[in-house]
Design a protein around this ligand. Structure first.
Ligand SMILES: Nc1ncnc2c1ncn2[C@@H]1O[C@H](COP(=O)(O)OP(=O)(O)OP(=O)(O)O)[C@@H](O)[C@H]1O
Length: 343
């Protein structure tokens, strides 16, 4: 699944907002330390968060440990009451009526011990029954999802007796039974091998394409985020510090290209084109690293490879910024990113 196909996904309807969040704020109170243990200060885990997630979109929350992603998701899913702000999912006020969330969304949290005693097959069937499916339908959906995710060989085994990655996939399977229009997935592919990951993203994409399912995904994995997400909100210290498509974020934050030059021996200083680059270069032995605007990088490489400097070059590379570069840049200079919030 590529970002491009995701962005142009047929089921994505830019007009319909499935989940609207306004001013969402939550402070965990300070805890007094007992018996000489240090006390913990109050933590503002979400701070005036505003988001609009649209129908058929795969929307990501990206941010470092402790940024407030899980707290935000737990408020969206009706599991945690915010101090202030509103959450509206498909027209329902989830802060006032948290009980309605279960009918509107499927939530796969980080911990899923509740199903541990059940077999893979029974976990899927039970979830369907809890969501109100008649037995026959719950079983039919169970069988379909087990087949779809390749869980057949372990379907009869209890969750507590399969591997971590298999358990994650089984819980994901259960979350899909008794379809909901919004899927909220907190780090769904943690611990999974590439085959299982691919099965998860294929299942997500299929539901989005066929049914317009909307997906809210919490992730640390910037590389995965880059390939599967339509839009991403970068969360840091409880605030959304940037929100855009992965491509848009990359464009806005890291408009430079990294040029790496490795000389055969010493750099051929004295050549005008080499001397001109030297002032931008970070030198480490035979290696020069430069951050240049795309046009400058293209010109530099063309000049170096088309002239006498070429004979002195051992290797060179041009790298476009990744979402990881953006993520690091955002985390490193919070004051630079205020203008990035688009949603
Ligand atoms: N029950 C709690 N009581 C007090 N503080 C909490 C509680 N849960 C989380 N926090 C604090 O709130 C902040 C946000 O935590 P949260 O779990 O939402 O972050 P996260 O982005 O999901 O992190 P991770 O990526 O590690 O899962 C952190 O500083 C955390 O220590």
């Amino acid at each position: 699944m590529s970002t491009r196909t995701s962005e142009a996904g047929p089921a994505q309807d830019t007009g319909t907002v499935v989940c609207a969040v306004r001013g969402l704020t939550k402070t965990y109170p300070a805890a007094r330390g007992r018996r000489g243990a240090p006390s913990a200060p109050a933590v503002r885990a979400t701070d005036d968060v505003r988001l609009d997630i649209r129908r058929g979109e795969i929307f990501g929350l990206l941010g470092p440990n402790g940024a407030g992603k899980s707290t935000l998701v737990r408020q969206l899913t009706g599991l945690l009451r915010p101090d202030a702000g509103t959450v509206e999912i498909l027209g329902h006020d989830i802060v006032r009526h948290p009980d309605r969330a279960a009918r509107l969304l499927a939530y796969l949290g980080q911990e899923s011990t509740a199903l541990d005693e059940l077999t893979v097959s029974l976990a899927a069937e039970t979830t369907g029954r809890l969501r109100g499916l008649p037995l026959k339908d719950a079983r039919a959906e169970r069988d379909a999802v087990i087949e779809e995710l390749g869980l057949g060989p372990i379907a009869a085994r209890p969750l507590k007796k399969i591997s971590g990655g298999q358990r994650r996939l089984a819980c994901f399977a259960a979350a899909l039974v008794g379809e909901r229009p919004l899927l909220v997935l907190d780090e769904p592919t943690t611990g999974m091998d590439p085959v299982a990951r691919r099965a998860v993203w294929a299942a997500v994409d299929r539901r989005r394409a066929e049914r317009g399912t909307t997906v809210l995904l919490v992730t640390h994995n910037v590389i995965e985020a880059e390939t599967v997400l339509d839009r991403v909100a970068v969360v840091d210290r409880g605030r959304v510090i940037a929100c855009d498509t992965p491509a848009g974020l990359k464009q806005q934050v890291a408009s430079e290209v990294r040029v790496e030059l490795v000389w055969r021996e010493a750099a051929p200083t004295g050549l005008a084109e080499v001397d001109a680059l030297r002032e931008h270069a970070v030198e480490a032995g035979r290696r020069w690293s430069l951050r240049l605007a795309p046009d400058e990088a293209r010109t530099a490489v063309a000049t170096l490879t088309g002239g006498p400097a070429f004979d002195h070059l051992d290797d060179f590379s041009l790298a476009t910024p990744s979402l990881e570069d953006v993520y690091l840049a955002l985390g490193g200079s919070r004051s630079d990113v205020k203008g990035l919030v688009k949603a």
